[in-house]
Design a protein around this ligand. Structure first.
Ligand SMILES: Cc1cc2nc3c(=O)[nH]c(=O)nc-3n(C[C@H](O)[C@H](O)[C@H](O)COP(=O)(O)OP(=O)(O)OC[C@H]3O[C@@H](n4cnc5c(N)ncnc54)[C@H](O)[C@@H]3O)c2cc1C
Ligand code: SF4
Length: 479
């Protein structure tokens, strides 16, 4: 019978910033990996955006060869332990074990994490390729930029990564909470890039401190991987007042320990995975009240069921045990659990669904309350999610000391000051299937081309970008 992954239970958890997921022991990972059918035509590999060869490392882990398993992953990308912790794992949905009687998809990322936990990246022999004499500049040290640099060095090109921040990792370092991804794991994995000879230039804001034109003159090619970090605003009165923050700024302040506790009433607006990261972070900082504000119902929240469940489990006294219901229904029921179970935190948690903030009230520039209107969902043949009707004639006030808006993000391509760069109406950079932009020598990938997506899609683009850049650079050698 399948044994679920040993995640610390809520009763064991003290709500701090230590990692919540212990991962597998050696033995557990070997047992799990030995369930792999090593399929001839592995659907997990097809489904993984980076086409990571899952059965290749499963075979090694099943035999206890963690170092060999690590080697397999490092043929694809350099952040195995990071990826094992936070990947959204589309591969699991297509794992063929799902279709066997009594079968259950392998916990693929957790087994991958075991390769990193029990293998040793310092013992991996990864060398730069034979020098080509070509120089590439990468703008952005998130997963797309890091993966691109990793493969370019292995192909023999010189690589310099510019980042406006002070550490590598992009969102993985600055905004993903430490209780999901400890930063020493990421930083240790990034050290392999320095060993490979990648040059990091931190604290350089391209477009402001140095123009992209200058970078394109100084380098043979450029890869733009600046992510999607510009918050989408609500565009309502009072949004600029003291006490209103955007999610990425809030998460960064907490990760950098500039915010260590919260008091009074805190309200979080949004229903996606980032909103859940904000809620889980706020609950650890123990304000008196936490209000969740979302304009639709819980079943329509874009956040994954797993992320919502982890938040609810952290708040309520008992382990949440809801089985055999569909994803959307379960989201609804999870919030019912939140209402009905005894809270294990000193913070009172209240969820307000079908609620649309229309104004932030302030006094002397400081936030005092949120004015909201009720929302009605009506059928709309042109929109499968239905149409929201905000009843602006009715308003209600919620006294609050702090608001954190998690309404989404967009790339900030304008900050690069590149007029000739073609973009979409979502502000993403237009690229062809080789990740070439509208400007000669300039390629792009990751969230800046996909919009806010996932780490594994950024990794895919980093890898594909490196091979496309290599082709471009080597064509120019031979011509
Ligand atoms: C709170 C949060 C939680 C998430 N959780 C998950 C998760 O659990 N699993 C998952 O798969 N995905 C998750 N994601 C999404 C994932 O983090 C992103 O899809 C991924 O990081 C995108 O990678 P990227 O390399 O394209 O860009 P980013 O990671 O955004 O990195 C961009 C880098 O570019 C730098 N930069 C930007 N502009 C400039 C400039 N002008 N000059 C120099 N440097 C610049 C930035 O400082 C940054 O380091 C989460 C995102 C957020 C915000
Ligand atoms: S689909 Fe599942 S069982 Fe098949 S190779 Fe991939 S992980 Fe193994």
């Amino acid at each position: 019978m399948y044994e679920a992954i040993p995640v610390e239970t809520t009763s064991e958890l003290s709500l701090n910033f230590n990692e919540t997921n212990k991962g597998y022991t050696k033995e557990e990972s070997m047992i799990e990996a030995s369930r792999c059918l090593t399929c001839v035509n592995p659907t997990c590999v097809r489904r993984c955006p980076a086409h990571l060869h899952v059965p290749g490392y499963m075979k090694q882990i099943a035999k206890g060869n963690f170092q060999e398993a690590l080697k397999v992953v490092y043929n694809f990308f350099p952040i195995a332990g990071t990826c094992g912790r936070i990947c959204f794992h589309p591969c699991m949905e297509d794992c063929l074990q799902n279709r066997t009687p009594d079968g259950y998809a392998l916990r693929i990322p957790m087994i991958r994490r075991a390769a990193a936990d029990f293998g040793d990246i310092n013992k991996l022999i990864i060398r730069p390729g034979f020098p080509t004499g070509k120089k590439v500049a990468i703008i952005g040290a998130g997963p797309a930029g890091l993966t691109c640099a990793y493969h370019l060095r292995r192909l023999g090109h010189d690589v310099t990564i510019f980042d406006k921040e002070k550490a590598p990792g992009g969102q993985l370092y600055y905004t993903i909470p430490k209780f999901r991804l400890p930063k020493d794991v990421l930083i240790n994995e990034c050290s392999i890039l320095t060993k490979l000879g990648v040059i990091f230039k931190f604290g350089v804001n391209i477009g402001k401190d140095v123009g992209v034109e200058q970078i394109t003159n100084d380098f043979d090619a450029v890869f733009i991987a600046i992510g999607a970090m510009k918050p989408i605003t609500l565009n309502i009165p009072g949004e600029e007042c003291n006490g209103v923050m955007h999610s990425l700024d809030f998460l960064k302040e907490v990760n950098e320990m500039r915010i260590k506790s919260l008091h009074g009433s805190v309200s979080v607006i949004g229903g996606g995975n980032v909103a859940i990261d904000v809620l889980r972070t706020v609950i650890r900082l123990s304000p008196d009240e936490l209000h969740i504000i979302y304009r639709r119902s819980p079943r329509e929240m874009p956040a994954s069921k797993g992320e919502i469940r982890e938040f609810i489990e952290e708040v309520v006294q008992h382990h949440v045990d809801i089985k055999d219901v569909d994803d959307a229904k379960e989201k609804f029921m999870l919030f019912e659990v939140l209402e009905n179970e005894k809270s294990r935190t000193p913070t009172k948690v209240v969820a307000h669904f079908y609620t649309q903030p229309v104004k932030f009230s302030e006094s002397a520039g400081k936030l005092t309350s949120i004015i909201s209107s009720p929302v009605r969902l009506v059928n709309d043949p042109s929109n499968p999610r239905g149409k929201l009707i905000v009843d602006k004639d009715t308003t209600f006030e919620l006294k609050t000391d702090m608001v954190i808006i998690a309404a989404g993000e967009r790339p900030d391509v304008a900050s690069l000051n590149l007029k000739e760069l073609k973009t979409t109406r979502w502000n993403t950079i237009v690229v062809d299937n080789e990740l070439k932009t509208s400007i000669s020598k300039v390629f792009a990938g990751g969230d800046v081309t996909n919009g806010p997506a996932s780490m594994i899609e950024a990794i895919r683009d980093g890898k594909n970008g490196a091979y496309a850049l290599d082709k471009f650079l080597m064509e120019h050698v031979h011509n």
